[in-house]
Ligand binder design. Structure first.
Ligand code: ADP
Ligand code: MG
Length: 364
């Protein structure tokens, strides 16, 4: 195996479904992604954007119309499911209800004709790994939802796959259990060095878990990067809006800076340093924590709302230069730690400024 080959390489994979009404759904539209060996990749996107379809194509439960998929340099998209060293954990856990926990975990190994003594050891090890030692003789119905989830994980890990696919594995758990399982999954991935590909529609989960996050929209991967990179430098309005809260503003860019109608002039150094964009009309995204609203009797904006989110104060303002049409008004959101800050009041006039290197040009 080439040491530099990605664990998983997906090239131009397309999948179209035909609906009974005679319509077509382009579930995957020329999707390409490389997933590094031993990494934790999160596929993030709204419901219906094609995430499950991509996992199913990788697992072999669905075959792509075109494109190819390689696992450690070997083509797998034409291989039967059982020959792919890929395992999947489904949202529904899919445990066998009539088997004990240990039998559930052993089942796949028995199918692979692994000798009994080795199965016994692997079942023990994988139960240890998910902290369920001692519960091997229970039936799934005698376990909590969180414990059943762990059994599903233990079963998948026992087969020592090269890639573990996880389709919204935590969405049935309540928030507190979910947080716990998020760090648990991170630990398991680090300890096993198995490449994990986890699907979620929850951006906080993606940010908390991924070494890399791939953002999906309507059958396409629109951006791949480290969570921080995707958060601070979204490539498009869609990514900016989907991940956290963003101000997306329109302005005229020249070599000195940006003029945003109703807001004012923004010096060039407020843009991320190596931003390359054609001069002229651009859209920029800026996170609320990089927006400052200062009380200013001649400021361009007026406070419209003040609220508290966690330890932060979230302030909304509307900027509307005198004499401009109402539809030229711009809404701006700012978020600052609330401690020691004198809260503004609705109706206060403020000037708007941005942190250095905080605006990024985005596609519309
Ligand atoms: P996600 O997992 O991101 O929510 P899916 O991959 O399940 O999205 O689905 C992508 C699109 O393909 C959706 O519009 C869905 O309705 C459609 N789809 C998925 N599977 C089938 C199928 N077997 N037949 C028809 N349409 C399907
Ligand atoms: Mg899905």
């Amino acid at each position: 195996m080439d040491a530099l080959a990605p664990a998983l390489s997906v090239r131009d994979v397309t999948k179209t479904f035909h609906t009974p009404e005679g319509g077509q759904i382009h579930a995957l539209d020329s999707v390409s992604i490389d997933i590094a060996d031993g990494s934790f990749m999160v596929l993030l996107g709204p419901s219906g954007c094609g995430k499950t379809t991509l996992l199913r194509c990788i697992a072999g439960l669905e075959s792509p119309d075109s494109g190819r998929i390689d696992l450690r340099g070997q083509r797998i998209d034409d291989m039967p499911v059982w020959r792919r060293r890929v395992n999947t954990v489904f949202q529904s856990y899919a445990l066998f209800p009539h088997m004990t926990v240990a039998q559930n975990i052993a089942f796949g190994l028995q199918m692979d004709k692994v000798p009994g003594a080795i199965i016994k050891r692997k079942v023990g090890e994988s139960l240890d790994m998910v902290h369920l030692s001692g519960l091997g003789s229970r039936k799934p119905s005698q376990l909590s939802g969180g414990q059943q989830q762990r059994v599903a994980l233990a079963r998948a890990l026992a087969k020592e796959p090269e890639v573990l696919l996880l389709d919204e594995p935590l969405s049935a758990l309540d928030l507190k259990l979910r947080r716990g399982m998020q760090s648990e999954l991170k630990r398991l991935q680090r300890e096993t060095s198995i490449t994990f590909v986890l699907v979620t529609h929850d951006q906080d989960e993606a940010m908390a878990m991924g070494d890399q996050v791939a953002v999906f929209n309507a059958g396409q991967i629109v951006q791949v990067g480290e969570p921080r990179e995707v958060y601070l430098r979204p490539c498009s309005r869609f990514v900016a809006d989907f991940i956290g809260e963003a101000n997306v503003l329109t302005g005229a860019l020249d070599t000195y800076g940006l003029v945003i109608a109703s807001v004012g002039f923004v010096p060039r150094d407020r843009l991320i340093a190596d931003t390359e964009a054609d001069l002229g009309q651009v859209h920029v995204a800026v996170r609320p924590e990089n927006v400052s609203l200062q009380i200013d009797p001649v400021g361009s904006a007026t406070i419209t709302d003040v609220s508290y989110v966690g330890g932060d104060m979230r302030v909304e303002a509307i900027a509307a230069a005198a004499g401009t049409a109402a539809n030229a008004a711009v809404n701006i959101v700012s978020r600052v730690p609330s401690q020691g800050v004198k809260p503004p009041r609705i109706g206060d006039r403020v000037s708007v400024s941005f942190a250095e290197g905080s605006l990024t040009v985005v596609a519309d």
